[in-house]
Ligand binder design. Structure first.
Ligand code: ZN
Ligand code: ZN
Ligand code: FE
Length: 754
């Protein structure tokens, strides 16, 4: 503004911003754009009602402020409305960030980790910038958050960045309200910030660590890379001998590996529909499961699957690495089977000594371990396979009453959930708690979440009905009162809770959950009304010969279905001795509990078709079946529904019989796989529709681990909508057991209210 410029009369606006504008760096952003323009006034949070701003200045400048408010908002902010009212100016001089009206959350909302922003990437690439080539560049819009924060309020001395005192240049930017890095708690530069090192054979190698790691990857080595919330094992995803070697060293024969590559490279290997592109580019940077394209990836990346999980680089480190590489990397979590991801340098070096050839490490402590999130599209909408880095600890607003609650999930894919002040904090991925190390991680993560939310340990703990789960024992240990929630009731309640529904007919297509009668449930239709529930339908119970062994050896389930259908079980290809035992177990009812699991039905079909005879990771047979089905088309098959034990059952044995007939008539395996999924989905949907009509409920939803199956979700949606009912699926939480703790909270809160 030069001499003689007439700014015009002073005006004052009161601006109300609604949407996702809290805990995303919105107030510092407003402060900066106001101060940069010489405006006075204030900004403050209004709790659930959004953010209120008053700004005073000349009209031109105020209008430019409003433009910046819309156009330059922080990456995780989602503005749904801006209302502006003119009020009388009061001659205020300064601009201030005011305490929240309710006082409660002043600076108390911890943001998730956010991918390095475009402007920081430009700094990294700019030879004139002091951030040039620096792997840990960040600003108020981007960088690690949840994974570095030790306690409240979010301020550098209470993060693992306290180990790195700011240099003068960083200090200057940190204190300059006009700078993009004003109060950026993770500000760091090559002068003062965390450093990288590259090690081989236990010794640091001299040279540029990123260039050394890139060279090692090009030569086919396996490199452990410490990142934001944990450590990855990386290698060239296009070389079969390299990826197969990683599988051999890890002892992980089949579980698909996630990949990382910049977007143009992703497009060479996978189909990227627009919705998937949006997810890939999101600053939350999840792994997105995409249909494979072409044949250039190593077969061992995702054996037997039609999809592959890709994520884009999300830290400066990743970007600098990919400047030197022209192939996608396998980027799989560095952990021993079922154990938490490694995060401490000493343990990374010792535990991975026989697995990684090289180690690209940094010296910033990871306070909270946080695995990559995974999403895919089902029935046209994104669903979580895992909700972790990029989302955690962002709360999900839901009113479950006054009482604070803590829910601990089940056993596999555990997350826990804290209900505190009308918000649910769903934890990061914890994993399989049958291992002691994972139980320790669970306890530590609970303590950390309580600390960063300022909550006390709730009196009421919530857990599964299963008496022997470690989460059940921990709930007994921690809670003054414990509420146990049946597994599939929790799945359905979670779906109702996230959609704000008081009643819902829920279809749970799931693997295993402990039933209210102690049985192995997993293909259920449940009527849920504000905490009351009824098992209105299920799959037909069939024996699981050998109990848990029938899960690991899906051929046993196939034999069980064939025997029940009066067919010859020899065609499933079980070794004769094992088949003899299976037949004996079923005939005598020895160690053959019955199950209604949808997962076991899909497993059985996969084994019978020769698609998957051995389960090497959770969900493998069903995932391979889905891959085979993607190549085929469902054949007409009328699902048989009848009454059994006071509920409706879908006769899966009859489906098996029909599949057997179709196969005799020459139907190819992909069509049979597609038919099995379709008949299961339509059969359960018809039960749900019938029950909904009887009960006068107009919403039917889909939940459970197999709800991420696109063909199943699409078929259920079609069937429900054809009946004139509303269809819902999970949007905010995973449909699998990673979302179970949320549902446990919803159901327990209603049970408390009764
Ligand atoms: Zn940035
Ligand atoms: Zn510095
Ligand atoms: Fe489940």
């Amino acid at each position: 503004m030069g001499e003689g410029y007439n700014p015009g009369p002073m005006m004052r606006y009161r601006v109300h911003v609604s949407g996702t504008v809290q805990g995303v760096g919105f107030r510092p952003f407003v402060y900066r754009i106001a101060v940069q323009r010489g405006l006075s006034g204030y900004v403050r949070n209004l709790g659930d009602a959004g953010v209120e701003i008053e700004v005073e200045g000349s009209r031109d400048v105020l209008d430019d402020f409003l433009r910046a408010l819309r156009e330059e908002a922080p990456p995780l902010a989602e503005i749904s409305g801006i209302a502006v009212a003119e009020i009388p100016p009061n001659g205020e001089r300064a601009f201030r960030i005011l305490k929240s009206r309710e006082g409660g959350d002043g600076g108390g909302t911890i943001p998730p980790d956010i991918a390095t922003c475009e402007r920081c990437l430009a700094d990294i690439d700019d030879p004139k910038s002091r951030y040039h080539g620096y792997w840990g560049t960040s600003c108020t819009d981007c960088g690690p958050r949840f994974t570095v924060i030790e306690s409240l309020p979010y301020d550098r001395p209470r993060t693992s960045m306290r180990d790195f005192p700011m240099c003068e240049d960083c200090r200057r930017e940190y204190e300059d309200p006009l700078d993009r890095r004003y109060h950026a708690q993770t500000i760091a530069c090559p002068e003062c910030g965390p450093r990288l090192s590259y090690l081989e054979n236990g010794r640091e190698v001299t040279g540029d660590p990123i260039a050394l790691a890139a060279q090692a990857l090009k030569s086919g080595k396996i490199v452990a890379i410490k990142g934001i919330g944990g450590t990855h094992l990386a290698c060239d995803a296009t070389r079969e001998e390299v990826v197969a070697e990683l599988r051999r060293r890890l002892g992980r024969p089949g579980q698909p590996f996630a990949l990382m590559a910049p977007l143009p490279l992703v497009r060479e290997f996978a189909e990227v529909p627009p919705e998937a592109e949006r997810l890939l580019l999101s600053p939350r940077r999840p792994i997105v499961v995409l249909p494979k394209k072409g044949g250039k990836l190593a077969d061992s990346v995702a054996p037997g699957l039609h999809t592959v999980g890709f994520m884009l680089p999300y830290s400066g480190l990743h970007h600098l690495l990919f400047q030197r590489l022209d192939f996608p990397l396998v980027m799989t979590s560095a952990n021993l089977p079922g154990r938490p991801m490694l995060i401490e340098n000493g343990r990374i070096l010792s535990k991975l000594s026989g697995i990684a050839d090289g180690f690209l490490l940094h010296d910033r402590r990871i306070v909270a371990r946080c695995d990559d999130s995974v999403v895919r599209l089902a029935a046209g909408k994104p669903v979580f396979l895992r909700r972790s880095r990029g989302w955690v600890p962002e709360p999900i607003p839901v009113d479950l009453g006054e009482e604070a609650l803590l829910a601990l999930g089940a056993e596999l894919n555990v997350t826990f959930a804290l209900y505190h002040r009308r918000k649910v904090y769903l934890s990061q991925h914890i994993g399989n708690v049958e291992h002691l190390e994972t139980q320790e991680f669970l306890k530590g993560a609970i303590a950390h979440l309580l600390k960063i939310t300022g909550a006390r340990m709730p009196r009421v703990l919530v857990c599964d009905l299963h008496p022997a789960f470690p989460t059940t024992r921990l709930a007994e240990e921690l809670g003054e009162r414990v509420i146990r929630v049946q597994h599939h009731v929790a799945h359905v309640a979670g779906l109702a809770g996230e959609h704000g529904l008081g009643k819902l007919v829920g279809i749970a297509v799931d693997g295993y959950g402990y039933g209210a009668d102690g049985g192995a449930w997993g293909g259920e239709v449940i009527v849920w009304r504000e905490g009351e529930w009824r098992r209105a339908g299920s799959l037909l119970p069939v024996p699981m010969p050998g109990g848990d062994l029938a899960t690991l050896r899906p051929g046993r389930m196939a034999a069980s279905f064939l025997l029940a259908a009066g067919l010859d079980p020899t065609e499933v290809g079980l070794p004769p001795e094992e088949l003899r035992i299976v037949v004996h177990q079923i005939e005598r009812g020895l160690n053959s509990p019955e199950t209604t699991s949808a997962g076991r039905f899909l497993d059985a079909v996969a084994a019978w078709l020769g698609i998957s005879r051995e389960r090497t990771y959770e969900g493998e047979p069903a995932m391979r079946l889905e891959a085979a089905a993607a190549e085929g088309k469902p054949l007409p098959l009328e699902p048989v529904i009848r009454e059994h034990g006071g509920r409706w059952v879908l006769d899966t044995v009859a489906i098996f019989g029909e599949l057997h007939r179709l196969r005799r008539e020459g139907a190819p395996a992909p069509d049979l796989a597609a038919t099995a999924q379709d008949a299961l989905a339509r059969g359960l949907a018809r039960i749900a529709v019938r029950v909904a009509q009887e009960e006068g409920i107009d919403v039917v939803g889909l939940t459970g681990g197999a709800a991420v199956n696109d063909a199943i979700a699409s078929a259920v949606k079609r069937e429900v909508e054809r009946a004139g009912l509303r269809y819902v699926q999970h949007e905010k939480i995973p449909p699998g057991d990673g979302g179970l703790s949320f549902g446990q909270l919803v159901h327990a809160a209603h049970a408390l209210a009764v």
